[in-house]
Structure formats: structure tokens, C-alpha cells
Write a protein that binds this ligand. Structure first.
Ligand SMILES: *Cc1c(COP(=O)(O)O)cnc(C)c1O
Length: 235
């Protein structure tokens, strides 16, 4: 397949995805620009990420530092500066690397990680937008803070000098109705806004459930397969 045809394919996918987001916004009585599309490029090559940026898709997401760091470096070397969103589970020892390229971290789920990210951002001379990942079903093995522990974490992030608390993020638990998951996430968003009224972002919705997320009030959707196609393996 030529480079040109892959670009065309991505353009078609992007157009279709943006139209579907606009339709969901319309059904929800919301403005189409009230939802930010994050194209999750994990498992896809830097060339695809570069095509997306050249097509005007500036928000890109990744879930593993080992893959994201070289991809971000490759795009930067080509003069492309997307807004990188780190959306995966994160170990403290990766904070230094992630803070070097990410603009947003959607998966802040414990105070020691928040502090490590803040210190790393300071070392890089920048600040990071932070979302609290919530574990809606309390199964923290897949990342996220239990709902009951949300407010102390919000306070810790709000107090971290180089983090800007922006809101909440979740993945709908397996076996849950998406609408139930995203309604609970909205309650979490309200709780966080009691700590910081500016933390209005709600990152929710993947390729299988973004419509429900938008109907429930999501301000960011994280879409991989819809934009890039099926992945070879689960990531
Ligand atoms: C992979 C991933 C996505 C995108 O998933 P798709 O089903 O490909 O849309 C969104 N959020 C997180 C945290 C992910 O790891």
C-alpha cells in the first residue's frame, strides 16, 4: 500500500469519526466543539501519527511510554508537535520520560505518582495537565483510584506545583452498561469540581462506547480503532 493511500484512509476514518461525534453532540443538545477527539495511535507507526497531524488531528494518545517516547521524538524530529495525551497505566519510574513529551496525563491515580509527575515536569521546565483516572468498579488492577478515595487525590494533585488538575477519566468496567458507568463518572466529576471548580474535563469513551459517553457529558473521547483501524494485538 502506498503512503498516499494510507493517508487517504486515515482522512476517511477521521471524517467519519468527526461526523459521528458531531451527530452524538447534536443528539445530546451540545455544541460539536464541546468534545475533543484524541486519536489513540498505540501499536501504529509514527508515520500514521504524522499523517494524522498533517490532516489537522492534533490531539494524539498513547498508553505505553516505551512506545510513546520514540514516537513523540520521531514526530518532533520531523517538526511536528501534536498535543500528546498519555492514557495508560503509569509507573512512577516512567514519570520523568512521560513528562518530557506529554501535555496531558489521563491516568493519575495515586498521590505518589502525582508527586513524581510534578517533580519531573519541574525538571523539564514545564507543567502537565492531569486527569484523575477513576476505577468505577473498584477493581484497581486495571488502574484508577476507587471512588471513595477521589477527593484526597484531587487535593494532592491541586497542591502539586507543576500539575494542573483538569478533571476525571475512566474506562467503562467490563460488563457494565456504558450509560451507568458514565453517569457514575459524572458524579465523580462533580466531587472533583468541589475541590477545583476549573477541573471540568471528562475523558470517557472509546471506539465501542463513545456515543454513550458523549450523551452522558464527556468532553474528551479517546478513539483508537475508529480512526486507525483494528490493532494486530491487544494493547
Ligand atoms: C487503547 C485505549 C483507548 C482506545 O481504544 P479503542 O477501543 O481502540 O478506541 C482508549 N483509552 C485507553 C486508556 C486505551 O488504552
Amino acid at each position: 500500500m502506498t503512503t498516499r493511500s494510507r493517508r487517504d484512509q486515515l482522512q476517511d476514518n477521521l471524517n467519519r469519526t468527526r461526523e459521528a461525534i458531531a451527530a452524538a453532540c447534536s443528539d445530546a443538545g451540545r455544541a460539536p466543539d464541546s468534545v475533543r477527539l484524541i486519536a489513540v495511535t498505540k501499536t501504529f507507526p509514527a508515520a500514521d501519527a504524522a499523517h494524522l497531524v498533517s490532516l489537522g488531528q492534533t490531539d494524539l494518545g498513547e498508553n505505553r511510554d516505551q512506545e510513546a517516547a520514540p514516537k513523540a521524538a520521531a514526530l518532533a524530529a520531523a517538526g511536528l508537535e501534536p498535543v500528546w495525551h498519555f492514557v495508560g497505566q503509569l509507573q512512577r519510574n516512567k514519570a520523568k520520560s512521560v513528562a518530557g513529551y506529554a501535555d496531558w496525563v489521563h491516568s493519575v491515580d495515586r498521590a505518589p505518582l502525582a508527586n513524581a509527575l510534578s517533580n519531573a515536569a519541574i525538571a523539564h521546565g514545564r507543567s502537565l495537565n492531569a486527569l484523575i483516572q477513576v476505577s468505577l468498579d473498584g477493581d484497581t488492577a486495571r488502574g484508577g483510584v476507587p471512588v471513595a478515595d477521589l477527593e484526597p487525590l484531587a487535593e494532592a494533585i491541586a497542591a502539586a506545583p507543576a500539575l494542573v488538575l483538569k478533571g476525571v477519566m475512566a474506562v467503562a468496567p467490563l460488563g457494565w452498561e456504558p450509560a451507568r458507568a458514565f453517569a457514575l463518572l459524572n458524579d465523580c466529576s462533580e466531587a472533583v469540581r468541589r475541590t477545583d471548580p476549573g477541573a471540568t474535563e471528562v475523558s470517557a469513551g472509546m471506539s465501542g462506547d463513545y456515543r454513550e459517553a458523549i450523551l452522558a457529558g464527556a468532553t474528551m473521547v479517546r478513539l483508537g480503532r475508529n480512526v486507525l483501524g483494528e490493532r494486530e494485538s491487544m494493547a
